[in-house]
Design a binder for this molecule. Structure first.
Ligand code: UT7
Length: 323
């Protein structure tokens, strides 16, 4: 009998300050109507001065641990997905580990930008299945506001700050449709490196840099690659789209989310949407949506949850879980 990772609890944290589209339109050549029509975004949360990715991550992690009735000392692994770490090194996860009172096991970051949470979930799930960890914390946390060019209307209106976290626990796999993470599917294609990147870093400019994106190209890739990877996830588990109770997509553009929903033939009621309030929070978007929909009772134990994301790299991936 093998081992599977059961989701024990979720948590989320959003910075207090909300910035509306109208506030951006007051100082940029854009409008609430354009942003809503093209993206579905109405507002975003922005971290306060001095509030860091590890701050957001620690708050989300504390809430996930509370939901799981566990303490930091019960964990033996933290995998934190971020493209906006506090420092070049050590890993932001190390800071979170210390603040949670976890003094053993391992804590490290993974970097797959907007697909980061799916990558982190896959790494943690594999560690649990391999018997390397019994209880793992998976976090997606970002402060994209720090790497945006606030004069570029093509990018700065799209992103927000936030964090989400999941606690996974090893349980015996009794076969069939047992609860837990069913499978994860990761992909990357580095030939798309320049389509979505930050024009800085320790080894190039020495500065943090700003996000640059070929929006239309990314959009095109997202629709095609996400369709492939959700099919791959369903096929691997011999499941039809009709079996999906909840689609929890990366929240980059409501039009991309809707294309996936239609392809799967799901009604809008089965899709968890946060983009209107959170904008694109990169690696935090899927766990933020999971935390929201499990806290308000939408996602219930035993239900089938399909997660997907696509981002810089290019990277893309999907995960299926029986909640
Ligand atoms: O999370 C990682 C993955 N990221 C994504 O998935 C993002 C994918 N891309 C997108 O979501 C969309 O491409 C955008 C939302 C970024 C842009 O939407 P679009 O429908 O592809 O617009 P566009 O880039 O083709 O631009 C259309 C027009 C342009 O003007 P012209 O050249 O037609 O005169 C832009 O200059 O809209 C203009 N525009 C804006 N206008 C008002 C671009 N940004 C803005 C803005 N406000 N903020």
């Amino acid at each position: 009998m093998g081992i599977r990772s059961l989701v024990r609890g979720c948590g989320a944290y959003l910075p207090e300050r909300i910035v509306t589209n109208d506030e951006l339109a007051a100082r940029l050549d854009t409008s609430d109507a354009w942003i809503v029509q093209r993206t579905g975004i109405r507002q975003r949360h922005i971290a306060a001065e001095g509030e860091t990715t590890s701050d957001l991550a620690t708050h989300a992690a504390e809430r996930a641990l509370e939901a799981a009735s566990l303490a930091g000392a019960d964990l033996d692994l933290i995998v934190l997905a971020t493209a906006t770490p506090d420092h070049t090194f050590p890993a932001t996860a190390a800071n979170v580990q210390a603040r949670l009172g976890m003094r053993r096991g391992a804590a490290f970051d993974v970097q797959a930008v907007c697909t980061g949470f799916i990558y982190a979930l896959s790494v943690a799930d594999n560690a649990i299945r391999a018997g390397q960890a019994k209880r793992a914390l998976v976090i997606g946390a970002e402060t994209f506001s720090r790497i945006l060019d606030w004069n570029d209307r093509g990018t700065c209106v799209l992103f927000g700050d936030g964090a989400g976290a999941l606690v996974l626990e090893a349980v015996p796999d009794d076969g069939g449709l047992a609860r837990g993470i069913l499978s994860t599917h990761l992909h990357s294609d580095g030939t798309g490196y320049r389509l979505l990147y930050v024009d800085g870093g320790p080894s190039t400019t020495g500065l943090a840099g700003h996000l640059r994106m070929e929006g239309r190209e990314i959009f095109r890739h997202a629709v095609a690659r996400l369709a492939e990877v959700v099919d791959e996830a369903l096929t691997a588990n011999r499941l039809d789209a009709g079996a999906v109770d909840w689609l929890v997509p990366h929240q980059a553009n409501l039009r991309i989310i809707d294309a996936m929903r239609k392809r799967l033939g799901l009604p809008t009621e089965k899709v968890v949407i946060t983009i209107d309030r959170h904008a694109n929070t990169s690696a935090a978007s899927v766990p933020l949506a999971l935390a929201e929909a499990s806290a308000d009772g939408r996602i219930r134990p035993g239900q089938l949850v399909l997660m997907e994301a696509m981002g810089g790299g290019l990277t893309w991936g999907a995960a299926l879980a029986r909640w």
